[in-house]
Design a protein around this ligand. Sequence first.
Ligand code: ASP
Ligand code: MG
Length: 491
Amino acid sequence: MKVMKFGGSSLADAGRIAAVAEIVRAEAAAGSVVVVLSAMKGITDTLLAAADLAENADPEFRLLYERVMDTHEKAIKTLFAAELPVSEDVSEDYSQAGQLIGKLTALHHELGDILHGIELVRECSPRSRDLIAGFGERMSCTLMSAYLCFLGEDAVMVDARRVIVTEAEHGSATVLLEKSFERARALIHHEQELPIVTGFIAATEDGVTTTLGRNGSDYTASLLGAGLHADVIEIWTDVDGVLSADPRHVKDAFVIPTITVEEAMELAYFGAEVLHPYTMLPAVERRVPIRIKNTLNPHAPGTLISHDGRGEDRGIDTITGIASIGDVALINVEGGGMVGVPGIASRVFSALASASVNIIMISQASSEHSICVVCRRHDAQPAMKALERELAHELESRRIGQLELIHNLEIVAVIGACMRGTPGIAGKIFSALGEAQVNILAIAQGSSEMNISFVVEMAARKQVLNVVHSAFFTHSTQEPVQGAPATEVKG
Ligand code: ASP
Ligand code: MG
């Protein structure tokens, strides 16, 4: 059995929806399939923007509200063109398209009532926001299930609020795993039917609508795959898979055929277009493999995120991929008085934590002369303030010489499970960079040995990525990449 999840960009318009329907039909003919859908492209954002406007009693919310319905109606009119009556008054008609528009109109009215209520009370609680945000998936699944029935499939829409159970939290609720798995097995295991499940939404035990956080449909797919013991979870998007580097900067970037879960998590952390690590957990725990596929290029094999220790089809002496995070800042805490004094690192990190600064990378020279942390630009000032406050005494007594802040930097992370225990990888990276005259400001290697990260000037990004990439990969051996580069559009 297969779980197939399609994101918003795969559901952008009638043409894309029809393509998804074809992919699903081909799979359903071959075996048992459960489909999970996001909202149509841009709909969740539009719904949330409408909620914000309604809360401020800004009548503009009605425009967005209409846009949601228009987007769906337009898709229906194209998809069911042959079915639509000549007159415009489709609601009177009993054709499939007419019934579908009737169902969507009912959802649209419900949404309108809720938004109007919010406009009147001028307050949109997190609970109401979740309810509103979830309309996109309810609409896309209503549409897709009707369209598949129209094409002769035995499709049924499954509202995930009957399946995924969460705590009573809003925005990004904690899932009650065992309960959800149980319900999934009870609700979704009819061999004959083709379930079309709403991603992203869930409910509390009392039936209050919750959501799993932005891009939560991937998580829904992972949960269902785990609960139903699927053979594979396919995440359909608009890129060919996980890439060895960002193709906007590295022309020779290629699709990585197999990647381990840990590598996928590391790459995702450093901004590569992979699933959010949290999303993968249910599938990982039950050892259900995940495959990333491209709706624009369905025959491409994509990337398999597997549970085996190594990507067997790669050489042992190489890396898996390179990712990078731009516009970061480096803060260097430096001074001779820190050497051998316990507690400085702990104070540095506590101060940063209490200022809510997210640290992306840490490195300490073994001379203990300096500790350096890297964070995003917007965290840099709060971080400096917090450190100045915390270390005022040491700065005053010159135990710490200075706090240095450098902007416009890039963290580059070279990732690969095969680096573990393989000597020479770091050597290869840094000699290639040395030959290219690249200045490196800081280096860190996790003790997992799966990741070597270093900091360079942002201006050198393209050069650095290419130098490292070509130190490990030769171009001609790889398939060219299809699809848009790393730009997932939310549903
Ligand atoms: N439609 C939701 C969002 O845009 C969930 C998803 O796309 O996975 O966040
Ligand atoms: Mg998405």
